[in-house]
Structures are given as C-alpha cells and as structure tokens.
Write a protein that binds this ligand. Sequence first.
Ligand code: 8YV
Length: 325
Amino acid sequence: MNKQVVLYKKLSPELMARLQAHVDVTLIDSLDAHGLMQLRDALPAAHGLLGASLKLDAALLDLAPQLQAVSSVSVGVDNYDIDYLTRRQILLTNTPDVLTETTADTGFALILASARRVVELANLVRDGQWQRSIGPAHFGTDVHGKTLGIIGMGRIGEALAQRGHFGFGMPVIYHSQSRKPAVEQRFAAQYRSLEDLLRQADFVCLTLPLTAQTEGLIGAEQFALMRRESIFINISRGKVVDEAALIDALRQQRIRGAGLDVFEREPLNPDSPLLQLNNVVATPHMGSATHETREAMARCAVDNLLAALRGEKPANLVNPAAWQG
Ligand code: 8YV
C-alpha cells in the first residue's frame, strides 16, 4: 500500500504529479476553519506532511500516530516543535539555499525603498501631487557607501553582505553567534557586539531565525542605541522584535525609518500603527515570493519528503537526531 501524504500547500501540476507518482496525496487547499478540520481528519492515516505557514504543535501531531516525516516549504522552522518531532523520530526537513538569493534581494529592496522613500514618492506621483521638482522635504538618504549592519550571519545574511559590499560599496559590520572568517575575508566584514553594531550601522538588518534565544531580541533598549539617521530592516521573523517598541522609536523619530517584511502577527492588522507612519515600508512576508524560487522550494520539499518516506536520509534534515538510518 502507498504511503499517505497530507499536503497543506498547493503544488504546481508538475510537482503534484511528481509526488502522486509515489504516494497517495490528500490536498488541504485552505487553512481556514474547514481546511483545518479536513487536516485533522486526514492526520490519523498520514505518513508524511508537506506545507508551510501552519504551526504544527504536539496537540495536532498527536492525531498522526503513523507520521514519519514533515517537509516544510520554508527555511524557517519556528512553526515546528522540533523536540517533540525528534522524540517521536519524525523527520523534519526544510528548504534552505534555494531561497537565499531571492530573500537577500528582498532585503535590499527594503533598504533602497526605505532609504529613498520609494513607496511614499511613487504614491505622490500616483496621487497627482507631483507639481514641481521635489525639494528637501521629499529627499531620502543615500545607500551607497553607508554602513550595513547585519544581525545573523547565515546564508541570507551573507548574501546581503555580498550585495552591500560589491554592489553598493558599503562597509559591512555583523553580529552573529560565532565569528565568520570567510565572510570577513570575502566582504571585508567586521564583527561587532550587538550593542556596537546598533550604535554604528546606518542600516540595521535582521537576518536571524526565530528561536527561544532570539525572541524579543530587539526592543526599546536596542532601538535607543541606534542613531536617529539609521534605518531598521527586518526580513527574518516579526517576533524577534518588540513591535510596540519599534512603533514607539519610529513615532518619536529616534530612528529614521523601517523596512519590514515580517511582523509579530501576520497578516498585519490593517489598523496597525506601522501603517500610519510614512517612514515605514511594509511588505507582506514576500521574502522568497518569486515564481522561480517558490517552485524551487516546493521541488526541494517534495524531494525531501519522498526521500524520507523511502527510508533515505533527506538532504535538508533539520533534526538529525531523529534519523534512525
Ligand atoms: C515563506 C519564509 O514564509 O522560508 C521561510 O522561512 O519565511 C518564507 O520563505 C515560507 O516559505 C512559507 O511560504
């Protein structure tokens, strides 16, 4: 009998065919209340799960006694109780690498958009307000040559450093759990304590995972260290930041502005004070959201899951302690 897979993120026809050639698939095509009920009904028979953007906690996974593997279409794994999965010897896989460059592009899009006030000024044109050459009241700030501060020097942080160093002539400073000699050599990047990075960077960019250690890492005390002309960029996870403290720092103009792709709660509430501030560029968690990259991520997730269900060690295993091969 074929293995049973519950799919809670739609795949392209090509990847759906690739999956269905080997396993029986139950597609949950929405994560609304009805979809979640369908998911719960399908879990008892499931050997594999594939999807993203859904918190898979113990209460839910206790409904899946036959589960062997969870394949996330994401690099972030904060939606998963890794200790629980490992205790049950359920393999968790993710999709690093394939989304690195696209997500770093998003980071630079937010750096440029927030520094040069692109959204605000494009809306001024759209609204018919462009009556004369723009003056100092509408000037932005330069990006080239400014100091790029990166908090979290993983794959995406490194790709951001590459863009800053080679693309915009930016001195790069970084803070990370460990020193990265290769990054320092390739991009003339310099290690800083978190406090010194916040004091010195013109752009403070978060590119680190959400973990018990990083949750709430950037709050009022950290924003107070930033300079008034500095811009805060978040392409990691919203909960790494105390959002109320960020709003306060922006409102008090203790920092120049922010480019945000992630938020404490998503989708962002339309009434959020962040959306009332002209010095904020807010995007809908679009970090990896290009046709090419999302297809590559889904392909990687399908291959990870099929390998795990064949009893092979998947390429992108998040919890190797669960592997009994
Ligand atoms: C998407 C991400 O949210 O990969 C991640 O961790 O945050 C983004 O790529 C994710 O892929 C879900 O679609």
